[in-house]
Design a protein around this ligand. Structure first.
Ligand code: KIV
Ligand code: ZN
Length: 391
């Protein structure tokens, strides 16, 4: 059975850029967009053009530069937003307008001081208006995660009637449990008239650490697009991490779902975004964190040295790393020390290793991590040094 393609919609430059304290200039955004385009991202959300002249300029520049991906601009369900986005996207080969409105009772009451029927009218009008400028219009039902499913289905029907090509179902507040989010997508797939005319999209936030799990449940239940950011950056606790969903699908081939992403670019993309935004990635971050392929305890190191897959489900080369890291600490065993000593030019016999290991532990108790220089020093100052055969 051939695999079904999942569209990757990257919103690093829009939702991702909403991280407090982060501001990218147009040049930095164009560089990131270029790498995203080369990596195989299907849709790049380049910004929110009406929000500032700088954002407008960035969306315009990215539209001009991108060769393969669809370029998308965000709007509210407001005519001027849509007109300005269309203008910014004019030079895109494949432009998409992303418009929408809050649909949960809380948004309807407190944000819009409105009612359910009026919100449906506004959704319909916004999509119809956007269709005057571009064929590809994505509609978002903001706070869909907390929107009652029956009503959400009515909103989606109206958006499809108005010509929406994509229906975005955001869990804006990161509230849903994976089974609830999956059930919501399933409900829409089964109850929205005309759903076959549109692609359903998952847009999950990470307030409870469930964004990736929710997105995966969404596609298992029929969604065909995932909205995500590099390193999972975004408002509050962030968005679904692109590298996580892409690698979940690569590692779980039995789902028969795949993306167009060249996974060997993931580590480089992560570094580029982190450096450009000045946002440090936590060391234990899945896939791209500094420790994601580092092994420090003796039992694990011994296993990985004997057979990498004992403690690694992903080949580091698949995400663009050269190899896994064996980190030498006071928890490391002889196997790891011998391995690292060999890498830097010493073939140790069992007896030599025993002597050097005792010195190594003394050093490791004083330091967090023992580096190659330390190992050279430990070996060169040991009583067995003159008998060691260099490689
Ligand atoms: O989280 C959200 O609801 C959004 C929409 C504006 C798409 O980012
Ligand atoms: Zn969002």
């Amino acid at each position: 059975m051939s695999n079904t393609k999942i569209q990757i919609f990257d919103t690093t430059l829009r939702d991702g850029e909403q991280v407090p304290g982060c501001k990218l200039d147009t040049k930095q955004k164009v560089i990131i967009a270029e790498q995203l385009d080369i990596s195989g991202v299907d849709i790049i959300e380049a910004g929110f053009p009406v929000s500032s002249p700088g954002d407008f300029k960035s969306v315009e520049a990215i539209s001009k530069m991108v060769k393969n991906a669809t370029v998308c601009g965000l709007t509210r369900a407001v005519e001027n937003d849509i007109k300005v986005a269309a203008e910014a996207l004019k030079q895109a080969k494949k432009p998409r307008i992303h418009t929408g409105i809050g649909t949960s009772d809380s948004h309807i009451k407190f944000k819009f001081n409105s009612n359910r029927d009026r919100i449906i009218e506004r959704a319909y009008d916004a999509v119809s208006y956007a269709k005057k400028f571009v064929e590809d219009v994505e509609f978002y039902a903001e706070d869909a995660g907390r929107t009652d499913n029956d009503y959400l289905a009515r909103v989606c029907e109206a958006a499809i009637k108005a010509g929406a090509t994509v229906l975005n179902i955001p869990d804006t507040t990161g509230y849903c449990l994976p089974n609830e989010y999956g059930a919501k997508i399933k409900y829409l797939m089964e109850n929205v008239k005309g759903i076959e005319k549109a692609t359903v999209s998952c847009h999950c936030h990470n307030d409870l650490g469930l964004a990736t799990a929710n997105s995966i449940e969404g596609i298992i239940n029929g969604a065909r697009q995932i909205e995500c950011t590099i390193n999972g950056i975004g408002e509050r606790a962030g968005n679904t991490a692109l590298e996580e969903v892409v690698m979940v699908l690569k590692q779980h081939q039995h789902l028969n779902l795949e993306t167009n992403i060249n996974t060997e670019m993931l580590y480089g993309l992560s570094q580029l975004v982190s450096e450009s935004m000045g946002i440090y990635t936590q060391p234990n971050k899945a896939i791209v964190g500094a420790n994601a392929f580092a092994h420090s305890s003796g039992i694990h190191q011994d296993g990985v040295i004997k057979h990498r897959e004992t403690y690694e489900i992903i080949n580091p080369k698949d995400i663009g790393l050269i190899e896994s890291k064996i980190v030498l600490t006071a928890r490391s065993g002889r196997a790891a020390l011998a391995y690292r000593a060999k890498n830097i030019g010493y073939a140790l016999t069992k007896l030599q290793l025993d002597t050097i290991y005792a010195n190594f532990l003394t050093c490791a108790d004083l330091k967090k991590e023992v580096n190659d220089n330390d190992i050279h020093q430990i070996i060169e100052t040991s009583s067995v040094y003159r008998d060691i055969i260099p490689i």
